[in-house]
Design a protein. Structure first.
Length: 116
């Protein structure tokens, strides 16, 4: 198992920035990808971004491409999601996920609210 703790959410004005963190513990050597999902009220959960835990290759949803940057610090076992130029439609609970191939472990989520 991998345990994940997200932090960094909050209230921000449109056009602002936030950086989410996801601290991993446990069997971190099994992580293949770290993935961020989000879920807005009344909406289905959607993919946001993914990073290869070892190689660092990245993948983004079209809706966040050019605004969000996913990264990781293997020494700290922590993943990050830098979110710039935030829009009201980015409002959601953001979850990080450790993809271990045969299974996934989810964090508890962190609320991001973009509003003036």
């Amino acid at each position: 198992q991998v345990q994940l703790v997200e932090s960094g959410g909050g209230l921000v004005q449109p056009g602002g920035s936030l950086r989410l963190s996801c601290a991993a513990s446990g069997r971190t050597f099994q992580i293949i990808h770290m993935i961020w999902f989000r879920q807005a009220p009344g909406m289905e959960r959607e993919f946001v971004a993914r990073i290869s835990w070892s190689g660092g290759s990245t993948d983004y949803a079209d809706s966040v491409k050019g605004r969000f940057t996913i990264s990781r610090d293997n020494a700290k076992n922590t993943g990050y999601l830098q979110m710039n130029s935030l829009k009201p439609e980015d409002t959601a609970i953001y979850y990080c996920v450790a993809d271990r191939g045969s299974s996934r472990n989810w964090g508890q989520g962190t609320q991001v609210t973009v509003s003036s």
